[in-house]
Write a protein that binds this ligand. Structure first.
Ligand SMILES: Cc1ncc(COP(=O)(O)O)c(C=O)c1O
Length: 366
């Protein structure tokens, strides 16, 4: 039996192969490998796509978060509030700066609970990092109000949400600064590692351009402690080609999600909810069920691949044991971690494959 793949990047590659290779030839001909004109061009296009004044291309989404925090001046002694149910890299960016991540619970949309964030504010809190998890925008207006009231900075982790809309506006252009990942499996993914930062603040982006380039504005003159976090020219070239197709691919994901939402009917399964006045981009389609190992086995026996995002919430990861969080402390995130199952979703998933996923989920009876 042919498997329904969780994600098949090869199908997308077939549709853009010629354009990618033509761009790569140009990068190689110009030996524009580390940073350079292709990166600058992609940055301009990505900033304009997001509706931000500036963008910086970097080597990973994790670096994007790290550099965004540094640009905001976050450092030792500071606290940054973030949801516990995110990919761990949201927290790494905070820890790398010497600040402390303060994990809070999520709401029914699997995004940061703004009341919980308010309750976690202390005199050390400098910023809130909202994550648009699974491609669903978090409640940016509520976060913005909280940040303004409390004089905090607002960071968007948009690693999973390229092109998603919040009240008609692209995510990544609403917070003070935003970080994106271009990891291959993301909605906009490179053919290797990649990350990006968007902001309207020229001083912050200039600082990021310097930090990612060994702390130098001018070669071999290092004005501050820097990093080698430049984006590769070859990755920028792929991303530029792919950006032209992103909206159509996101529409394809919405088609898959729409079918799942309309046609999955099973009392044992909870479907994801969409926050009002948002247009998600469905990086992941995460359902919940009490016996999720059984469901995954059932899907596997019907030839449907599935995955877990994420099996352990950040506050219970061993790396953060020193922060003293206990099991039971953030119940919604912990419940999500034990009940979540991600179904196949990508633009090229065929309708006959979507039928098979729906049939397999609907025939699950515990
Ligand atoms: C929510 C979130 N934040 C940050 C990252 C880190 O991005 P990267 O893997 O490109 O370092 C990812 C992706 O892996 C992510 O999903």
């Amino acid at each position: 039996m042919q498997q329904v793949p969780f994600l098949d990047l090869g199908r997308q590659y077939e549709t853009i192969k010629q354009d990618v290779h033509a761009e790569w030839d140009a990068v190689i001909a110009q030996t524009a490998f580390a940073g350079g004109p292709f990166v600058t061009r992609f940055e301009q296009q990505f900033a304009s796509y997001c509706g931000s004044a500036f963008a910086a291309g970097v080597n990973t989404g994790t670096s994007a978060l790290h550099l965004a925090m540094l640009a905001l001046g976050i450092g030792p002694g500071d606290e940054v509030i973030l949801p516990a149910n995110t990919f761990i890299a949201t927290a790494w960016g905070i820890s790398y700066c010497g600040a402390t991540p303060v994990f809070v619970d999520c709401n029914e949309y699997h995004n940061i609970d703004v009341d919980a964030a308010r309750a976690a504010i202390t005199s050390r809190t400098r910023a809130i990092a909202g994550v648009h998890l699974y491609g669903q925008p978090c409640d940016l207006n509520a976060l913005r109000k909280l940040a303004t009231d409390e004089n905090l900075l607002l960071i968007e982790d948009a690693a999973q949400a390229h092109g998603a809309l919040y009240h008609g506006q692209k995510v990544g252009s609403i917070g003070d600064i935003a970080a994106f990942s271009f990891y291959p499996g993301k909605n906009l993914g490179a053919y290797g590692e990649g990350g990006g930062i968007t902001t309207d603040r020229k001083d912050w982006i200039d600082h990021i351009y310097r930090l990612r380039n060994h702390g130098a504005d001018q070669r071999y003159y290092h004005d501050e402690l820097g990093y080698n976090m430049r984006m590769d020219g070859l990755q920028a070239a792929v991303l530029e080609v792919k950006l032209r197709h992103l909206d159509r691919w996101n529409d394809g994901r919405r088609h898959v999600a729409g079918r799942y939402l309309n046609e999955i009917r099973n009392d044992r399964i909870s479907l994801p909810k969409v926050l009002e006045d948002t247009v998600p981009v469905w990086h992941l389609f995460v359902i919940q069920t009490d016996q999720r190992d059984e469901l995954m086995k059932h899907l596997g026996s019907h030839g449907v691949q599935s995955a877990l995002h994420y099996p352990v919430p950040c506050h219970l990861q061993k790396a953060y044991a020193g922060l003293g969080y206990q099991e039971g402390g953030l119940p919604r995130s912990e419940h999500l971690a034990t009940t979540c199952v991600s179904l196949p979703i990508f633009a090229e998933l065929r309708d006959d494959e979507i039928d098979r996923v729906i049939d397999a989920v609907n025939s699950y009876n515990g």
